[in-house]
Design a protein around this ligand. Structure first.
Ligand SMILES: [Zn+2]
Ligand SMILES: [Zn+2]
Length: 286
């Protein structure tokens, strides 16, 4: 009998067995949330291009922001009910259950206030809310952003759209977050760089050279770290702002390599060197 071909993720996890549990958790979480939250109708390409001219992320524009917040808030109880069924560690199950109890008794406006703060990256508000209601801040952030991401249609997340539109800023054109990762792709003239958002998972083009966080363009003040045994990835380090950007330097396995969680072991390299990580949904924006 012919054996089914292994997916890139399966082969990757075979080479990185320590990521297996994390992967199972993230994949199950993504699936559960996708089943509960359907993408919203976004403005057409032309309208998005027009909006992008103002350098303002789509979800930070008033009309769509309000609709996204309302939809995320009304989806929350169903999303948490679906998440209660995934095989998660008991600590996480407890945190999800506590949030589900809150979501059931909270008013629509209270749920909306949470998503409004999350989307606008009002970190202090999220922190205060978590401690006031005794909820887990990492769970609020991870699950909250996964719900927001599920509301963004796939074609709006794709780099092709933003290349066409000509978005070249160092923040996500959809939600406004800083990038968490990058990818180098072959183009006609050499290689082009793309940035990836950890919040809504949009990918967009950015200048190939320089720091994507502070804008430093002096290459003498940047260097590259190449992790052993992981030739698809490198860390671009900025000596000015002391950050690193995990960069996928190949093509074809974006579903594996453009996930922050699938490359968490590379963050240890940055951490060992005393460098700062940016853009993760778990981290405050400033
Ligand atoms: Zn985003
Ligand atoms: Zn920098």
């Amino acid at each position: 009998m012919k054996q089914a071909r292994k997916s890139p993720m399966e082969s990757y996890l075979k080479a990185h067995p320590y990521l297996k549990e994390t992967a199972e958790l993230y994949l199950a979480m993504g699936k559960a949330i996708k089943a509960a939250a359907k993408p919203l109708a976004f403005p057409a390409r032309k309208a998005l291009a027009e909006l992008a001219k103002g350098a303002f992320p789509v979800l930070q524009q008033f009309g769509l922001q309000a609709e996204t917040v309302r939809t995320a808030a009304s989806t929350l109880p169903a999303a948490l009910a679906a998440l209660a069924r995934i095989p998660a560690p008991s600590k996480m199950q407890d945190a999800l259950a506590a949030w589900a109890i809150w979501a059931k008794r909270a008013k629509a406006e209270e749920r909306q206030a949470f998503f409004d703060n999350l989307l606008r990256q009002e970190d202090q508000e999220i922190r205060d809310f978590a401690s006031r209601e005794k909820l887990s801040e990492p769970i609020l952030r991870t699950v909250g952003w996964a719900i927001l991401a599920a509301l963004v249609p796939d074609d709006v997340k794709s780099a092709e759209l933003w290349e066409e539109v000509g978005w070249q800023h160092n923040y996500c054109p959809v939600c406004g977050r800083k990038p968490v990762m990058a990818q180098l792709r072959k183009e006609k003239e050499g290689r082009a760089r793309f940035l990836a958002c950890d919040g809504c998972h949009t990918v967009w083009p950015y200048a190939r050279i320089g720091c994507a966080y502070c804008g430093n363009k002096d290459l003498r003040k940047m260097h590259i770290l190449e992790p052993e045994g992981e030739e698809s990835m490198r860390l671009d380090v900025c000596d000015v702002c002391r950050t690193y950007l995990k960069t996928y330097q190949k093509e074809g396995e974006e579903d594996v390599y453009l996930h922050d969680w699938a490359t968490l072991h590379l963050d240890m390299i940055g951490e060992e060197k005393g460098l700062r990580k940016e853009g993760s949904v778990l981290l405050p924006s400033e």
